[in-house]
Write a protein that binds this ligand. Sequence first.
Ligand code: OOG
Ligand code: MG
Length: 262
Amino acid sequence: MKLDPTTIAALANRLERCQIEARDTTKITDDHPEMDWDDAYAIQDEILRLKLARGLRVAGLKAGLTSFAKMKQMGVDTPVFGFMTDDYAVPDGGECRIAELIHPKVEPEIAFVTKTALRGPGCHIGAVLAATDFVLPGIEVIDSRYRDFKFDLKSVIADNTSASRFVVGGRARPASELDLRTIGIVLEKNGEPVAFGAGAAVLGHPAAAIAALANHLGRRGQEIPAGTLILSGGITEAVAVKAGDSVTLKVQGLGSTGLRFV
Ligand code: OOG
Ligand code: MG
């Protein structure tokens, strides 16, 4: 760790205020180029602490930057991990208020729900599939607190990996019934297909993103508990949205989920 607890708390507070007030900020590595990975996750942990203190609950976990399309779009090369709180959940087919966000984008993802705990190190796709209760379509709404979505890995980790809203829905099915590598997805905006892909875009197999999360948590003495909803990461580039847009994700064999921006 390179940053002291006071600086970590101040940076967490700055990012949390930006989220609450829907305004952007410069990336924090501009002011603290010396910060390391532990500092970045410590700032994210402090944001979680602030949210829990406001009465929010953890609704799920996420992996991000798990596809080549996303890594290329954001100019980075390693997956990142974050959390979602219950105020991020949009009901299937529900509304998401643009005024509460800075510059939202949507991502098509495969969501996993665990039935048993997963603990790394050494977690792999087989262990993830054995621990998965079901998978279902999920759309993540990301909203980086950084100006123009410009960040480096440490800054985006500190910013809880741009997490802001999510919706899951469609048909929940056991992963054993599907080949998650070849499963096709279509993301539609206002009825027009805007992004397409297959599950293998995410680290070769979306379950690999869940294994990477378990291994990341394992290094920090934590695990993925049973009954956890996890977003495995955007399969395609993220797509910008504005008020009036309606977004639907169709996943082969899993039906669809969607939301409207108002
Ligand atoms: C970081 C979050 C990326 C994903 O699914 O790849 C992410 C960002 O691009 O702002 O959630
Ligand atoms: Mg995502």
